[in-house]
Ligand binder design. Structure first.
Ligand code: 26W
Length: 818
């Protein structure tokens, strides 16, 4: 209940909005129109707090966090805002009184899909936590015209469809042309020397665009704080003077127009894989430069026009290396615009910049060819060059006789700019996103940097917001919890441990199972509607939803399903014992990632065969969820029972899906990778199904290069049968060669190494662990206890905890008083 929310007033607003927007009375509008009318009314309701929050920033002169991220995977806004202003029930009632259904209205909102996966969703969770805890923060990103593509499955293949998410407008955003600023590309640098002998640099013959910010509200839970997600759009510079234009100006104007159109056109759909497209570097500079310009202007405005004290009042958190240009661009602005000397400027930069690493996958580490970089950003490049020169000098002084250190650490090396190294050198803090991940960074990937600056390194184990992934996604379980332990868990997740008082209470356990069952029915309906597949709600819901990537090993999952299917057909004992199971898999593959796309095709081909085989009596079903995204994720997590977290150990930095499953009472079937390690630590090994090689074992095999999948192939008949089915047409009768590439990837050496994801190596241990889940599942109360324990023990994995840790160790923000 929100005391300030007046239902009657709200209804009146909504009716007015229907007229204002659509020239219709409320009983004539469609659901989509009603969504607009409702959203506008809600925006009105929060706008005062939004204004007051920003006034408080200034009055209280609080330190401000700028969270720079190329991705914010916020998911739908309306439902989340209603939850966070505690007016969900009232709005639901109000709409019922107007003969509308809130769920249906929420379903009209397009997911703003401004992110790929984990990194983007984490950014959204952090914003939710910051606003809830009451800290001043801006999310800073890009307003992509087309977000993450929508995935369609056609004939089993992924097809990418443009995501025109702005088609019907975005009711919550506000365009802020008054904060527009210019961002320049290309050109040549000219230096002039003043009477004091100081050099001044400026650009000429450049192209430029205007960056126009759009602000989206980030509403804290029951906190009256409304922070801002500021996403930048690009527009052509409007200095095109018709009276004086000649051919040259005309061509230039068109060029600028195209630059502006292209820059924010699309989110690159790559996750953990760099493509090295010039346009992406443009995007990076575009939003970084615009963010820094406004941050500086804003600070000066409220501090008598000076930048004094700037380093104590702002912090720029770089979400992976994508915004690393923050380091040299801030140098440029401080020196070229604000007239600081190098040393003073460097002192400021290295007190305000901090870097989070989200991956150790080498193909994800960003590097830019020097010539491309220099041509696009000549002045910024000269600064990077100077940063590198000074840093290399330092390496030489520290390690006078060790040439390898330069090769291992220099920012400019081998014709490339190594962005991660630039980020580390320019930051006061470097952090990994789970304990294991940070340890691997320190011991391996970033070893030399850790040796040089041990104090810079931090671990910040990821977290998720329980407001979206429990309160909004799973209202039934939310009520169950609140009825028993009160509602403190909503803003203090560790309180959820109190639920453990009920862990041996049979009524509670049965109720817990009943709720899971209801949520499974909701997913059954979703699958019926979207896949036209009938699944058994009494079967085990075993789920893997995440981006498709070889290291995440969806392939191991589907091979194992093929393996089980064979056994069901050939082994009557196995059949009799087998507990019915529904495998649910979902996720997008990067548009250019052939192997991942073929894995999707394989999953769908296998699903087709299995789901239509009457001889197994529906014991096994396979469902591929099309277009996995935040909105359907909420339905999926709530209905899941087994959480597949099966990456090759050492490869998954953290994972955050694993935490969403845990929160919703799904038991982990996983490797000791990423945050799984910490999840298992919380629930105890007896309440998880752990399998496979440890990260040390994986790294040792990598070092020795002694893994030979053929050994396994030749002595495991059943597994060999599965692999042979990839190339004998069992799942592709029209083209038996279709899955040859996948087959080869598991067995053949590429560049001297066989399958670097160790699929066959972990396979049998995976199978055993999977079988153990069904043994546990059989005893309903044992299972209920294990499942509920996941929920009880997930306190650590709230993004409220993560954000608080960032604040204590890195950001040092002050709470806003409202
Ligand atoms: C340059 C291409 C590119 C694009 C995206 C490289 C790397 C990325 C991201 C860093 C990939 C990503 O989302 N990483 C995930 O970050 C999550 C949040 O920390 C972790 O939970 C996941 O384990 C990690 O894969």
């Amino acid at each position: 209940m929100n005391a300030d929310f007046n239902k009657e007033l709200f209804k009146r607003e909504v009716k007015e909005n229907c007229k204002r927007l659509f020239r219709k009375t409320y009983d004539e509008v469609s659901n989509r129109e009603m969504f607009q009318a409702v959203s506008l009314a809600i925006k009105e309701f929060i706008v005062d707090d939004w204004i007051l929050t920003h006034r408080a920033y200034e009055k209280q002169d609080v330190k401000i966090l700028y969270y720079l991220s190329m991705e914010f995977l916020t998911g739908r806004a309306l439902g989340n805002i209603l939850i966070n202003i505690c007016a969900n029930e009232e709005v639901k009632e109000a709409l019922e009184e107007l003969n509308f259904d809130l769920n249906a209205i929420e379903d009209e909102e397009r997911d703003p899909a401004l992110g790929n996966g984990g990194l983007g969703r984490l950014a959204a969770c952090f914003l939710d936590s910051l606003a809830t805890l009451g800290y001043g923060a801006y999310g800073c990103g890009i307003r992509y015209r087309f977000g993450m593509f929508a995935q369609r499955i056609q004939d089993g293949y992924q097809r990418e469809v443009p995501d025109d998410w702005l088609k019907y407008g975005n009711p919550f955003e506000i365009r802020r042309p008054e904060y527009a600023c210019e961002v320049k590309f290309g050109g040549t640098v000219t230096a002039t020397v003043d009477e004091k002998g100081r050099e001044h640099y400026s650009l000429k013959d450049y192209n430029s665009v205007m960056a126009i910010p759009y602000d989206m509200p980030v509403v804290g839970y029951d906190s009256n704080i409304v922070n801002t997600l500021r996403i930048w759009d690009a527009e052509p510079i409007n200095n095109f003077n018709l009276d004086s234009f000649d051919r040259g100006d005309y061509a230039k104007a068109i060029e600028q127009e195209n630059l502006a159109k292209n820059i924010v056109e699309v989110l690159y759909p790559n996750d953990n894989h760099r493509v090295g497209k010039e346009l992406r570097l443009k995007q990076q500079y575009f939003f970084v430069s615009a963010t820094l310009q406004t941050a500086i202007a804003k600070y000066k405005e409220s501090h008598n026009g000076t930048l004094e004290g700037f380093a104590d009042k702002v912090v720029f958190q770089m979400n992976d290396t994508h915004p690393t240009l923050t380091v040299p661009e801030l140098m440029r602005l401080l020196m070229d615009e604000e007239k600081y000397e190098w040393d003073e400027a460097w002192d400021i930069v290295t007190r305000v910049c901090a870097y989070t690493n989200h991956t150790i996958m080498s193909e994800a580490l960003e590097k830019w060819p020097i010539d491309l970089f220099e041509q696009l950003l000549p002045r910024v490049y000269s600064i990077v060059n100077e940063i590198n020169r000074r840093f290399v000098l330092r390496i030489k002084t520290l390690y006078p006789n060790d040439e390898s250190k330069i090769a291992n650490m220099a920012i400019l090396y081998d014709g490339q700019v190594r962005m991660a190294y630039l980020a580390i050198v320019g930051s006061f803090s470097v952090n990994g996103v789970a304990r294991l991940h940070t340890e691997i960074l320190k011991a391996r990937e970033l070893k030399d940097f850790y040796e040089m600056w041990p104090g810079k390194f931090h671990n910040m184990t990821n977290g998720i917001t329980q407001r979206r992934f429990m309160l909004h996604a799973n209202p039934r379980l939310s009520d169950f919890i609140t009825e028993r332990i009160g509602k403190e868990w909503i803003t203090d997740l560790p309180q959820i441990r109190k639920l453990e008082d009920y862990i041996d209470d049979e009524d509670s356990l049965r109720e817990f199972l009943r709720i899971k069952y209801e949520n499974k029915l909701r997913l059954v309906r979703y699958i019926r509607e979207h896949n036209n597949i009938e699944v058994d709600p009494l079967s085990i819901f075993d789920v893997q939803v995440k981006r498709l990537h070889e290291y995440k090993r969806q392939l191991m999952n589907i091979l194992h399903i093929m393996y089980v299917y064979n056994k069901l057909k050939n082994d009557t004992e196995f059949f009799r014992n087998y507990y019915p199971r529904t495998y649910i898999i979902g996720g997008k593959a990067a548009a250019g990632y052939e192997r991942a796309k073929m894995t999707i095709k394989l999953i769908n081909s296998v699903a087709d065969v299995i789901n239509n085989d009457a001889s197994i009596h529906g014991k096994l079903k396979v469902v591929f969820i099309e277009d996995y995204r935040v909105s359907n994720a909420e339905i999926i997590f709530a209905a899941s029972e087994v959480s597949e977290q099966i990456s090759t150990a050492s490869r998954e930095a953290s994972g955050t899906g694993n935490m969403k499953f845990m929160l919703n009472g799904a038991v982990t079937l996983g490797t000791m990778d990423g945050a799984n390690v910490e999840i298992v630590e919380e629930v105890g090994e007896e309440n998880a199904f752990v399998f496979g090689m440890s990260s040390e074992e994986v790294m040792e095999h990598e070092r020795l290069n002694d893994y030979n999948p053929m050994d396994i192939f030749s002595c495991n008949d059943e597994l060999r049968d599965v692999l042979m089915q990839l190339i004998n047409g069992t799942y592709s009768p029209d083209d038996p060669e279709l899955f040859r590439g996948i087959y080869n990837s598991l067995l053949t050496n590429f560049s001297g190494r066989p399958d670097t994801y160790f699929v066959l190596k972990d396979f049998m241990s995976y199978h055993e662990a999977s079988m153990k889940t069904q043994d546990a599942y059989r005893d309903r109360l044992t299972w209920a206890r294990m499942a509920m324990l996941q929920t009880c023990r997930c306190g650590k994995f709230s993004s409220d905890r993560t954000v608080s840790q960032y604040i204590d160790e890195i950001w040092h923000l002050d709470k806003i008083r409202i």
